[in-house]
Design a protein around this ligand. Structure first.
Ligand code: FAD
Length: 550
């Protein structure tokens, strides 16, 4: 096959126009285009009113070899890359201790799936419940203000991204096409096929729930085992070679001990008690930068109009998204910090995402249709470990900062899981908000209007005040007076890194494989899943000791 990239057609082209464009671009004679498949479809919306679709296509033609020669040097005519997945190892016939995977979010799910597919029959543990039970528990917070600390938006089958927009794009380097393996497995589990080729795929919450169940069934059919409501509270460690420790297993909250010399830690960014345990046990953990801010909500129609102009509402384009960055000049005393939009959810809702009682945290989600009235995104400020010191010291100081902000948000909200909120116009003018305008907030169980000035450190408030008018210059209406800010967005990524070496094992504990978002090696569903694959491969090679490499 031959891959033709960067082929541009107008938004409303018909199927015949695509075939004609291929024939023209490759100078084919009639009948020489046997077939084509769309490898990728994106769009260029820079010229509003003249949005173009951009294709990458795999072409089947008898003239392939000759065309590749003729177009040698043309970066847009190349052989189709091999993106199929190849297993790196196969389980030996007898495995004394099965590998353990802690966490059944995207990272643990893919680590477990790949290990199961290679024959290692992993045991996967998650502190939360299976996804249907978990859904009910999560709704208890949103509807009845009842938090279940072990079963919520952060914890349980499917991990943090289960109640989400299910965006699946990522900017990670992926030379081995592991992302393709993730998308292919998602499609097998029930995701729409288009995720294989659209440039910004998303799944939405509803489908994610049943996909996670299907993937669990696949792992079990391959001899894997998944146990819910099993929180890992301790590690079994023994002195190993070179002054390092060797993992020998884990202790569960029930007191049960599970033996294994190979443990994947796919904890997610909210397992604060587990981070504390790791630090207390001497596992190497360091503080890492992350971001804090608010969720902002606009009418989706404002974003659609600004991004797509007269073509807003076109079914191929769907609800518009955006990505904004402002490198602060410190005009408002913001010390020149960067402010950026994060985890944008077109046509979605703002959700309560705490996992700890007496705290308020925001995030966003949507359904596949993305047809809710509002667009939401986090607007966040990057912070460094040096910013953590007023709140605590050592590698876990970032957690202390998060907890302080989340507790204060709970207080500002009225101590009933309402989130504090303010209209953008009032925030920019420095006055408390008293009543809603054109935009209605979507956050459940509710929001409390007032001032957000004390919700974040002063430098972060100043930086966001400087950024919003700058964003208005990129998206007209962004700083509209009635847009809503809801706080606080603190769980943007992990506040710690559980550092690993080239073998993907902990710096000082052999057999322990820190992975995914909680370990600081991923951000988002796709990258966490890809990291799960990488760690599963490293672990499998170690277990198989190269004896039976595929
Ligand atoms: P997680 O998904 O956090 O999974 C960790 C798992 O470990 C959890 O299930 C937890 O219960 C379990 N666990 C923790 N501690 C223990 C323990 N001691 N013992 C046993 N089990 C334990 N990303 C996107 O790419 N696109 C989106 O649209 C998107 N939307 C989001 C919306 C929301 C509301 C949230 C909260 C997140 C969203 N994200 C999104 C981020 C994404 O969910 C995470 O990046 C991703 O889930 C990280 O995967 P992970 O497997 O590393 O960790």
């Amino acid at each position: 096959m031959l891959r033709l990239t960067d082929l541009k057609l107008p938004l409303d082209h018909g199927e015949a126009a695509l075939a004609a464009a291929i024939t023209r671009r490759l100078e084919l004679e009639p009948g020489e285009l046997i077939a084509y498949t769309i490898a990728r479809r994106g769009y260029d919306a820079r010229k509003r009113g003249a949005i173009m679709l951009i294709y990458a296509l795999d072409i089947d033609t008898p003239r392939e070899a000759e065309l590749l020669q003729r177009f040698a040097g043309d970066p847009h005519v190349q052989p189709t890359p091999d993106t199929s997945y190849h297993f790196v190892a196969k389980a030996p016939p007898r495995v004394e201790h099965r590998p353990l995977v802690i966490g059944f979010g995207p990272c643990g799910l893919f680590a477990g799936l790949i290990l199961a597919q290679m024959g290692f029959r992993p045991i996967i543990l998650d502190r939360g419940k299976e996804v249907r039970e978990r859904t009910k528990d999560t709704w208890d917070l949103w509807r009845k203000r009842e938090l279940h600390p072990e079963s919520n938006v952060q914890f349980g089958e499917g991990g943090a991204g289960t109640f989400s927009d299910g965006k699946l794009h990522s900017q990670i380097r992926d030379p081995q096409h592991h992302g393709r393996k993730v998308l292919t497995e998602f499609v097998k589990a029930g995701a729409p096929e288009e995720i294989l080729y659209v440039s910004k795929p998303h799944i939405g919450t509803f489908r994610l729930v049943s996909m996670v169940e299907n993937m669990r069934a696949t792992i079990e059919s391959l001899g894997g085992e998944i146990r819910f409501s099993q929180r890992v509270d301790d590690l079994l460690l023994e002195p190993g070679a070179d002054g390092q420790q060797q993992i020998r297993g884990v202790t569960l909250a029930s007191g049960e001990q599970l033996r294994s010399d190979h443990v994947v830690l796919a904890l997610g960014h909210s397992a604060r008690d587990t981070f504390e345990m790791l630090h207390a046990r001497g596992v190497y953990v360091e503080a890492k930068p992350f971001s804090i801010g608010f969720r902002i909500e606009h009418p989706q129609s404002v974003i659609d109009r600004a991004r797509f102009g007269p073509q807003a509402g076109h079914p191929i384009l769907g609800a518009a998204d955006y990505k904004l960055v402002h490198h602060g000049k410190g005009n408002q005393g913001g010390r020149g910090r960067s402010v950026y939009s994060f985890c944008m959810c077109p046509g979605g809702t703002v959700v309560a995402a705490t996992s700890e009682p007496g705290r308020v945290v925001t995030n966003g989600m949507s359904q596949y249709s993305r047809n809710e009235r509002n667009a939401n995104a986090a607007v966040v400020v990057g912070i460094e470990p040096s910013d953590f010191t007023p709140y605590g010291e050592g590698p876990l100081a970032g957690i202390a900062l998060q907890r302080a902000l989340e507790s204060h948000a709970y207080t500002l909200g009225g101590e009933n899981y309402n989130a504090p909120a303010q209209l953008v116009g009032d925030f920019l003018a420095g006055r408390a908000s008293r009543e809603w305008g054109e935009v209605q907030p979507s956050y459940k169980p509710g929001v409390t209007l007032g001032s957000l000035d004390s919700a974040l450190p002063d430098y972060a408030i100043a930086a966001i005040r400087e950024a919003l008018p700058a964003f208005e210059r990129q998206i007209r209406g962004y700083a509209m007076a009635d847009a809503i800010l809801t706080g606080v967005e603190t769980r943007t990524s992990s506040p710690v890194r559980i550092t690993r070496d080239e073998s993907l094992q902990s710096l000082n504990v052999r057999g322990l494989y820190p992975a995914g978002e909680g370990a600081g090696y991923a951000g988002g569903i796709l990258s966490a899943a890809v990291d799960g694959i990488k760690v599963a491969e490293a672990l499998a090679l170690d277990m198989a000791m190269g004896r039976v490499r595929a």
